[in-house]
Design a protein around this ligand. Structure first.
Ligand SMILES: [Zn+2]
Length: 449
């Protein structure tokens, strides 16, 4: 028996067994619930939380002494998931409820020794350390800082299963979910048109916009209405490591006609009223491929000025004040530390004058070199990342002898691009990266030739 068939027998969602006639896309995902790495790239309102709650319950009752950890980006989201989805599903599934021996908001335990931990983490893993898990569910993974995920994944170290389930809605191209998607098999729901035989693949926003008909999804080739339940999952990138599914609201097709019409009307209203990026993200379940798009080599080559890389600039560079940036990246046997020197020229463009990557792992030696380069460049300030670099920044400040010339910044996920907190600059990672990428594309940030 397949997992979705078992789910039909033991799980109750709003008092009824899972409705695979309406949620036809969910069937194969239920059956993949025990795969080692699963990614659900979703629009809003496509049953993502129901899928997660079902998988949590199924894996808990099917394995003995199986620990699951569910991670939301914020406390409120965690509560909404527990109170709105997980608890009602347990409560209304009699066979499951009978197995539950402990039921708290952040912790569920079953008679077979399996446990579910529910936590939240956005920019650090403080609330998660110490939990030993067999699978980790990341909910709204686009809101969780990428750097935090490897730390949370440490919870799997002792497990023989080591399963990871990522679920969320795309934001810009530079976010966790898009990064994971590139490494996935990229399963798209292919729908063949009954009228002309064309296979419609909702893999990007432009294609999906063409599929928006008056009363439902239409064929991009002949314009006739499509019947999404006749479709099937096909991988766009079969070599991918992660089992990734893109669930788009565009192809939701409830069997109840009134409901279906009402839902389609909502899609049309959102198409007319939402800003494009929001429509793409929340209704189509994809990113908008502008601005945040990764750079091409041509774009990088074009964003150059006609002078070589230097530490100490000459008047030719037309840059008055320069700054140094440090991205610390030190691990036991490898270093990724990068320093950059640059400043605004008289035309208002940001010119990168110098950049260097340190491969050496002898920190003390290369801090000396950084200080030497800093002095030689005559830079006014250093912006250095905190986090991995806290001790290094302290050493740097001592060597420079002026505490105020080293600014510390920290990457976060927040609304504003930057804000000041506890003597540090808190920088939204997504926006900051988008600005740099866009700056190079628009030739507002220039590199030496
Ligand atoms: Zn057609």
């Amino acid at each position: 028996m397949k997992l979705h068939q078992i789910a039909e027998k033991i799980l109750y969602i709003d008092g009824k067994p899972p409705d695979f006639e309406s949620f036809f896309m969910h069937k194969d995902i239920y059956d993949s619930a025990f795969s080692s790495e699963l990614l659900l790239k979703c629009s809003r309102q496509v049953g993502k939380s129901v899928l997660e709650a079902s998988m949590l319950i199924l894996s808990s009752v099917f394995h003995k002494f199986y620990n699951s950890l569910h991670v939301s980006p914020q406390e409120l989201q965690m509560h909404q998931f527990v109170k709105g989805k997980l608890d009602p599903m347990i409560k209304h599934s009699p066979g499951i409820k009978a197995l539950l021996t402990s039921n708290m908001i952040g912790y569920k335990e079953f008679v077979n020794g399996s446990r579910i931990y529910l936590r939240y983490a956005k920019v650090n893993a403080d609330r998660i350390r110490g939990i030993s898990a067999d699978s980790i569910y990341y909910d709204e993974v686009q809101e969780i800082l990428w750097d935090v995920i490897p730390i949370i994944n440490e919870c799997l170290a002792e497990s023989k299963y080591m399963r990871r389930i990522y679920a969320g809605t795309p934001k810009s191209l530079d976010n966790t979910i898009e990064f994971l998607w590139t490494q996935s098999k990229q399963y798209e729901w292919h729908v063949k048109c009954d009228a002309c035989g064309h296979v419609n693949i909702p893999y990007d926003g432009e294609t999906m916009e063409k599929m928006i008909g008056k009363e439902g999804p239409i064929c991009t080739k002949c314009g006739k209405y499509l019947y999404p339940p006749s479709g099937r999952w096909e991988p766009m990138n079969p070599e991918g490591r992660i089992l990734g599914f893109h669930i788009t609201r565009l192809l939701m097709y409830p069997k109840d006609e009134t409901k279906r019409k009402k839902q389609w009307k909502e899609v049309l209203i959102k198409y007319e009223t939402y800003p494009k990026n929001q429509f793409y993200n929340e209704v189509l379940g994809v990113s908008v491929p502008v601005g945040g798009q990764p750079l091409t080599m041509t774009e990088i080559m074009q964003a150059t000025y006609n002078l070589p890389m230097v530490i100490a600039r000459t008047p030719e560079y037309k840059v008055e004040k320069v700054y140094m940036g440090i991205d610390w990246g030190i691990m036991a046997e490898k270093s990724f530390t990068v320093i950059t020197i640059g400043g605004f020229d008289t035309d208002g463009k940001f010119k990168v004058l110098y950049a260097k990557r340190f491969y050496d792992t002898n920190i003390l030696e290369y801090i000396d070199e950084i200080v030497r380069i800093f002095t030689q460049s005559n830079a006014v300030r250093i912006g250095a990342d905190f986090g991995a670099g806290a001790t290094n920044n302290m050493l740097l400040r001592q060597k420079i002898g002026d505490y105020n010339r080293v600014f510390e910044f920290m990457y976060t996920a927040q609304k504003e691009l930057y804000r000041f907190s506890k003597g540090k600059i808190m920088l939204d990672r997504t926006q900051a990266l988008d600005r740099v990428i866009l700056g190079i594309k628009k030739k507002e940030i220039l590199l030496p030739k």
